[in-house]
Ligand binder design. Structure first.
Ligand SMILES: O=C1C[C@@](O)(C(=O)O)C[C@@H](O)[C@@H]1O
Length: 187
């Protein structure tokens, strides 16, 4: 299962500062990520809250079934110490997503307390960043499953990918958190 988590004010996507965040709504984002992951046989649990504690509770509650996290922490990016601590307690990688290019905005947005606990960061690509994050996690899990065919909860290959008589991928375990850092997969 992929967790899609959005922090404060991202419930207002589509109406909130559209010149910065665009016109797509959070429903649009969640639908797009669900569709991407469904292509790999992966379910998505989507959650948004304006409360830091509720986000921590959601992540903790889903820590055992989470195989990857797509997280836009909103302004908590620049303030929260508890969020990166929580991510480090999860057994799977997190991709941090920012719709806007935080490095080209106000100086206080340049620093992310979350980034050191994330496998990677996608910034400034609009809501497409969520889609790319989902693709990355799906590819990571599919590659992991291909190497560990007997493991559980694996994504299946997307439609067309199994053409040529390749065996269906078996369910897989979560990818280790540091799989990205080791570079032991090919997305
Ligand atoms: O709420 C947000 C949205 C944001 O995370 C983004 O997606 O660009 C960037 C943050 O600085 C801001 O507080």
């Amino acid at each position: 299962m992929i967790l899609l988590v959005n922090g404060p004010n991202l419930n207002l996507l589509g109406e909130r500062e559209p010149e910065i965040y665009g016109s797509d709504t959070l429903d649009d984002v969640e639908r797009s990520v669900r569709e991407t992951c469904a292509g790999y046989g992966l379910e998505v649990a989507a959650f948004q809250s304006n409360s830091e504690g509720a986000i921590l509770d959601f992540l903790q509650e889903h820590r055992r079934e989470a195989q990857g996290v797509i997280l836009n922490p909103g302004a908590l990016t620049h303030t929260s110490r508890a969020l990166p601590d929580c991510l480090r307690a999860l057994p799977c990688p997190t991709i941090e997503v920012h719709i806007s290019n935080i490095h080209a905005r106000e100086p206080w947005r340049h620093e992310s307390f979350v980034a050191p606990a994330a496998a990677g960061q996608i910034v400034g690509l609009g809501v497409a960043g969520y889609h790319y994050a989902a693709l990355h996690l799906c590819a990571l899990l599919a590659a992991h499953a291909a190497r560990k065919p007997a493991a559980r909860h694996a994504p299946t290959a997307p439609p067309g990918a199994a053409a040529g008589g390749e065996p269906e991928l078996e369910p897989a375990e979560a990818v280790p958190v540091d799989a990205n850092a080791r570079g032991d997969y090919e997305p």
